[in-house]
Write a protein that binds this ligand. Sequence first.
Ligand code: FES
Length: 353
Amino acid sequence: MFGIFKRRPKEPGTVRIEPLGIDLPVLSNQSVLQAALEAGIDFPHSCKVGTCMACRSRLRSGKVKAIRDFSYVLSAEELKAGYILACQAKVAPGERIVLEVEIDSQRPHHPQITCQGRITAQTPLTHDIVELRVTLDQPLAYAAGQYAALRPAHIERAREYSFAAAPTPGGDRELRFFVRLTPGGQFTGWLFGEPRVGQMLEITGPGGDFWLRDAAAPLVFVAGGSGLAPVLSVLEAAANAGVARDAVFLFGARTQGDLYKLDVVEAIAGRWAATFRFVPVLSHEPPDSGWTGARGFVTEYLAAPHVPDIAGRHAYLCGPPPMIDAALTVLAAAGVADGHVHYDKFLDTSSLV
Ligand code: FES
């Protein structure tokens, strides 16, 4: 007589997050970052796809399985010291890991909430970018530069968009976002299909690690396309706070028709507490259009003489991945320290829709 042998399902993997002293299960379909965020832990992160290094943390013990090879972004020294990317790390069933997270003492702490919002305005800014205004059923507090995930009820996957205005202390019920049409995108297909004023969205936020660090160094900002949103939010908040750091702001667009919110940038420049230079740079403006401003790719302007003393500046970049990658190369060659460069890649490619 043989008994029926049933294999018991293995316990999920676990992670202990130090110095928070928190233990968490990590399911086989989750990254460590997902497990932490879903448990409501304020784990540093931004891109969630292994490019920004915001979730970089040190593996003290145990083993992780890399979803995407960390060596593309982490240096040999970092790998040797045990650093991993939590957004690209899985934990095998039964495995226990101990992870050490570096928490920046300046990092803003706003609890992530999920609430309902009604679209109150949908205003075209360019041929493929709209400004969305949303009124929430409760205030949401965020730091300038962060984002929220937006989702209409009939769409399964939320999309993340940066807040496009400075936050109000205590939280905001009126939010603004710039949304760019993504070819084949479910959310933007719905939004651009017809006016959606009055429609409801589920909003989860804030998230992201793009915020202005306290320092005295001069600044350089680079934005491309809808990457203007977090930069405007940071600039507005800094102007409100009287930040007195010299700043250069390069805004890359294809043509004059792709420039927008110039009046808002001008207003910020007018009340900035130090030198503020704004340079729109057009990559595909017709030669005979009469445009007398800068031409070429915005990253070609990211060096002297256009940006003086670049090596001593702190850089904040937002836009599509090729723009960010080119800017990182230019900044590294110009001697800007890694720790002085902060960026938010706008991954609005069709692979992510
Ligand atoms: S690399 Fe993990 S959140 Fe960006």
